[in-house]
Design a protein. Structure first.
Length: 671
């Protein structure tokens, strides 16, 4: 067995977990959909059947005021138990265990009825909360306990009390948000009374044979956060109050430090869990950017934690644990930490899913059943859309021949993985390559699909996934060899000087600026990354931050856009601020409302408003979007065979792998 520590059972005394893998809490959006609990049951059942040791649900409010949004899910009344039982029955049928997370949003609520310890508005929500009265505090503690008791009645094996990420309990703990002068505020003992009383009340209600996980904020990453001594003291009080397990919480949602995005090094925060390990006796869970069984095994084997939490990796692959147990980690569809289909969806009030696995949260709607009419299919282009379609269609029993003009598969992902902080993208290529072998997709590299091939071989249908080409700009001097496109740069086909202007400030422009400014990716150097973001690993400062962040710009870069709107407005909802922060760290000069005139020996001539300017740059890199690569589309259609367009060749907007892979899956399901 390759992962003996990861797969070792964990005995909690009154119950035993079959391995050390926790599926961390994720809100899917199914909780609020009509018929959503049936879909949620299918979602969790697949993960339980996939071998996960313990599942934790998305956050469920203990009362109306604690809801994340006006129509968010809560468990406060007996009549609400039955829908939760649909989920727990499904998980237990698959020999799994599941805990319900109890989450009171506090000032993070997206509704005008929010409550918090003090009347202090959150920087990330529109409403100012009301300060809780002493009576409301006591009633909220009772509501936590009642919700836990109802969870037990619904068949849950336990609850997780959400005490981190800046939600209500965290707001009580921290002097940053707790300005009370009564028994629930003041010194740390008083501020910590709220979470301790919650655990006491829950344990009294549910008895000793029920799992209580407390998600403790071990590293707030905000000013005036908890000190390390306070973290340790609270952990000891929680242990005395009867928690079964302590889970690690990293960063408030308002923190300006990335904690789960793909640019965060793998296992970047396991050190803080390890720091607490010698202070308490209950099992500890390490979390954040643990996305392979190898890193999970390393964390547990080295004694940094007793369990590892993986949330989004179970969106990417429900069979994660079973594949690890079968020594088939190369077949795991790895989470690349992109946030595009999970967190970006959640914060846009849409159902979560997964860029690399469009079946996630659609288990009752997207299924690749065996075909009753086998077809021979020609696929042009082995980028994300072509690879996904080929694998899913072949898994149904179709005979698939995948043509790729280049000498490797991956398409735009081969460029994306060269961007600092996007190295994970190579995992998706590895996954699809192995799946193609598994499902006998015939791959023809260095081979272009054209009319001659269709004339000599028999195919039933043609799928075109030929992707995109960079958009060129016709301006005076833009035929100069110093004016290049982003693909030429990432492929290493051109030498770039120390002063560069980038035309286009969408996702490609931001990525290119990062690529040019960061010669060695800090994502692959965890200690450097911690310093870059000002994280105080010695924990000498409350909240775990220091002002001594490290930034060393290596080029002078201008990022230019025609629009006058905010730079990076179209970037991901949960990651855009990270990209903007990185470029500020590297002192990238950003200009909006730019019109381009010409390029000559002096440099790039531009106009901002009525002001003319010459940027004395060595190179201009075009990042001004893409166009569909439709070179052979008409030729394919002339064959008389049914022709389908998927991915960038269908719609060439911003590079959209989420849409490309999903479109490939949907066509494979229908063909």
């Amino acid at each position: 067995m390759s992962f003996p520590h990861l797969l070792e059972p964990l005995d909690l005394g009154f119950t035993k977990l079959k391995n050390r893998v926790l599926m961390g809490s994720m809100h899917t959006g199914l909780e609020e959909e009509k018929g959503g609990f049936e879909k949620l049951a299918a979602f969790y059942k697949e993960r339980a059947a996939g071998g996960c040791g313990l599942i934790v649900t998305g956050g469920i409010a203990p009362n109306f005021r604690g809801r994340l949004a006006p129509h968010a899910c809560q468990l406060s009344f007996p009549w609400q138990v039955s829908k939760h039982k649909i989920v727990t029955d499904a998980v237990h049928e698959a020999d799994g265990k599941i805990c319900m997370q109890i989450l009171h949003a506090g000032r993070y609520s997206y509704h005008p009825f929010s409550l918090a310890p003090s009347k202090i508005k959150s920087p990330i929500t529109p409403f100012t909360p009301s300060a809780m009265s002493s009576r409301q505090v006591r009633n909220t503690i009772k509501d936590y306990a009642s919700s836990a008791a109802l969870a037990k009645k619904a068949g849950y094996d336990g609850v997780e009390v959400m005490g981190s990420e800046g939600y209500l309990i965290n707001q009580f703990i921290s002097s940053r948000t707790n300005k009370r002068t009564d028994e629930w505020g003041g010194d740390f003992t008083q501020r910590a009374k709220f979470p301790v009383e919650i655990v006491n009340a829950i344990r009294a209600k549910v008895g000793s044979d029920f799992i209580i996980i407390f998600r403790l904020s071990m590293l707030d990453l905000v000013d005036n956060g908890s000190s390390w001594d306070e973290v340790v003291q609270l952990a000891k009080w929680l242990e005395s109050a009867g928690v079964s397990i302590i889970n690690t919480g990293i960063g408030w949602h308002e923190a300006r430090v990335p904690t789960i995005a793909t640019s965060v090094p793998r296992g970047a925060f396991a050190w803080v869990t390890e720091k607490l390990k010698s202070e308490v006796n209950v099992p500890l869970i390490a979390t954040n950017r643990i996305n392979t069984p190898e890193i999970g095994e390393s964390i547990i084997a080295s004694g940094q934690a007793d369990m590892v939490s993986m949330a989004r990796p179970f969106l990417a692959d429900a069979e994660f644990v079973n594949k690890a147990a079968a020594d088939q980690s190369e077949l795991i569809n790895t989470c690349i930490g992109c946030n595009q289909a999970c967190l970006d969806h959640t914060f846009s009030m849409k159902r979560a899913t997964c860029l690399v696995n469009p079946r996630a949260c659609y288990e009752t709607e997207i299924n690749f059943t065996p075909t009753t009419g086998k077809k021979r299919l020609a696929v042009m282009g082995a980028g994300p859309a072509g690879m996904a379609f080929s694998v899913y269609a072949a898994s149904r029993g179709h005979e698939v021949v995948l043509f790729e003009a280049k000498d490797e598969v991956g398409g735009q992902f081969n460029l994306a993985r060269k961007i600092p902080g996007k190295e994970e993208f190579h995992e998706t290529i590895r996954y699809f390559k192995n799946q193609m072998k598994l499902h006998n997709v015939e791959l023809r590299l260095n081979t272009r699909l054209d009319a001659a091939v269709l004339a000599t071989e028999k195919f039933d249908e043609v799928i075109i996934a030929s992707g995109v080409v960079p958009r060129a700009l016709s301006l005076p001097g833009f035929d100069d060899p110093k004016v290049v496109d982003y693909q030429q740069v990432l492929k290493g086909e051109v030498e770039i000087g120390d002063k560069v202007a980038l035309i286009g400030a969408g996702g490609i422009g931001f990525d290119m600026a990062h690529f040019l400014c960061e010669k060695e990716s800090s994502t692959l150097q965890p200690e450097k990354w911690l310093k870059q973001w000002g994280i105080d690993k010695s924990y000498q400062h409350a909240g775990g931050l220091t002002d001594e962040s490290e930034h060393n710009p290596s080029r002078d870069v201008y990022l230019l856009q025609r629009k006058t709107t905010k730079m990076g407005k179209g970037l991901g909802k949960t990651t855009g601020w990270i990209h903007r922060s990185v470029l500020k760290q590297h002192q990238v000069n950003m200009k909006t409302g730019v019109s381009y005139e010409k390029f000559d020996q002096q440099g790039l001539h531009i106009k901002v408003g009525e002001q003319s300017e010459i940027l004395a740059v060595d190179n201009v890199v075009l990042c001004a979007g893409q166009e569909s690569n439709r070179t052979l589309v008409d030729e394919m259609k002339a064959s008389g065979l049914p022709v389908h367009l998927i991915g960038g060749v269908d719609v060439a907007a911003e590079l959209d792998a989420k849409r490309a892979i999903r479109q490939g899956a949907e066509l494979a399901m229908a063909i």
